[in-house]
Design a protein around this ligand. Structure first.
Ligand code: NCN
Ligand code: DMD
Length: 350
């Protein structure tokens, strides 16, 4: 399946500043308790020992609660891959040149990337958003990665990517250098040094890993106390695609679409909102545990337990799309199974 390619337009920016973004996050709607209760009640009637479908049962209830609907739906997943370039890539922190970001966008559009095949497998749509690839972020060791206007525009752009009518949103990114940005963001949000959070990314050698840790430490020292504000972490250390992911997470909450988060960079972008309000990611599940070592630490910090653990470290929404198949399985079982009464199966003995 080929991807839709969408060039950045100038979205209407619905906030005056980052404080307005934080206000919206703190005012997020909660889950629909009635839909969740209906899902739990139906689950208790289905022909299986109580709890025997394990986390699939919890997934069906979670989808109902955040869609505010019972029965839950999962037939229409949409994957959104945001692509951005990073000034820090010029510092030798990736195994690949920055030109690969644009080349992989072309590959997504042609249908040749892993995510295209994974989308085909679950019937997901795929939209690829180029976030001004000709304009990388500034090198965050000497300046904020994004200006105020750039970060607000990228958040607003990501918000617009959430199409009404979709059942599940799978978020992912493409951006050479962005595991360094993600590691810096994680260190700023949750403490620790470059060494604690840097990993191989696309496969840097020992020198590359040492460079990564060093640039993260330089960035933490350069930005200092300004990093106490989580949305400043996104602006100063993040990137266009990472801000867009944060915006998409926000819009999905408002539009009642459950979200699957992909690997390290995607989770780091979402973690900014968790730091604003720990309830902000309750409509999101980390889809898989990335092989990138910082991801394990990061998902622990935001209290998540990934659905899958397959030693993947690809990005491009691949793990999120795979996990959407699991959500579809959970919802199919929930909606389609017979109840004990319908099937004439004896219930548990008293
Ligand atoms: O999803 C992950 O956890 C993941 C781990 C390592 C690498 N990646 C992908 O590789 C790119 C970033 O790696 P790097 O080495 O350039 O920082 C970016 O396009 C990501 O989608 C993704
Ligand atoms: C080839 C390649 C494909 C990717 N997909 C997501 N990130 C990527 C990074 C590289 C280098």
């Amino acid at each position: 399946m080929a991807a839709d390619r969408t060039a950045p337009q100038a979205p209407v920016i619905p906030f005056a500043d980052l404080a307005g973004v934080a206000d919206l996050v703190r005012a997020f709607p909660g889950p629909d308790d009635e839909a969740a209760e209906r899902a739990r009640a139906r689950d208790a009637e289905l022909t299986k020992p109580a709890g025997a479908l394990g986390r699939l049962e919890e997934l069906a209830v979670w989808v109902a609660a955040w869609q505010a609907a019972h029965p839950p739906r999962a037939a229409r997943p949409l994957a959104c891959v945001f692509a951005g370039n990073h000034g820090i890539a010029a510092r030798g922190v990736s195994a690949y040149p920055a030109s690969v970001t644009e080349q992989m966008v072309a590959n997504f559009v042609e249908g040749g990337a892993a995510v295209n095949q994974l989308c085909r497998n679950v019937g997901a749509g795929l939209s690829v958003y180029e976030m001004g690839l000709e304009t990388p972020t500034a090198d965050f060791t000497t300046a904020p990665a994004l200006t105020d206007t750039e970060v607000l525009r990228a958040i607003a752009f990501g918000m617009r990517a959430v199409e009404p009518g979709i059942d599940i949103l799978c978020l992912g990114e493409m951006g050479i250098g962005n595991t360094t940005a993600a590691a810096a963001m994680a260190a700023a949000l949750f403490g620790g040094t470059g060494t604690d959070w840097a990993g191989p990314g696309t496969g840097v050698d020992a020198d590359g890993l040492a460079t990564k840790a060093a640039v993260i430490d330089q960035a933490l020292a350069f930005h200092g106390a300004a990093l106490a504000d989580p949305l400043e972490v996104l602006r100063r250390l993040g990137g266009h695609e990472l801000a867009a992911i944060a915006g998409a997470v926000m819009a999905a909450r408002m539009l009642r679409v459950p979200v699957l988060l992909d690997g390290f960079a995607c989770t780091a972008a979402a973690a900014v909102l968790w730091k604003v309000d720990p309830a902000a990611l309750d409509h999101c599940k980390v889809a898989h545990m990335s092989r990138e070592p910082g991801h394990r630490r990061l998902v622990g910090a935001i209290g998540q337990r990934p659905l899958l653990d397959l030693d993947m470290a690809l990005g491009e929404a691949s793990g999120a799309v795979l996990a959407s198949g699991l959500v579809q399985a959970a919802v199919s079982a929930h909606n389609g199974m017979a109840t004990f009464a319908e099937a004439g199966v004896s219930t548990r003995e008293a």
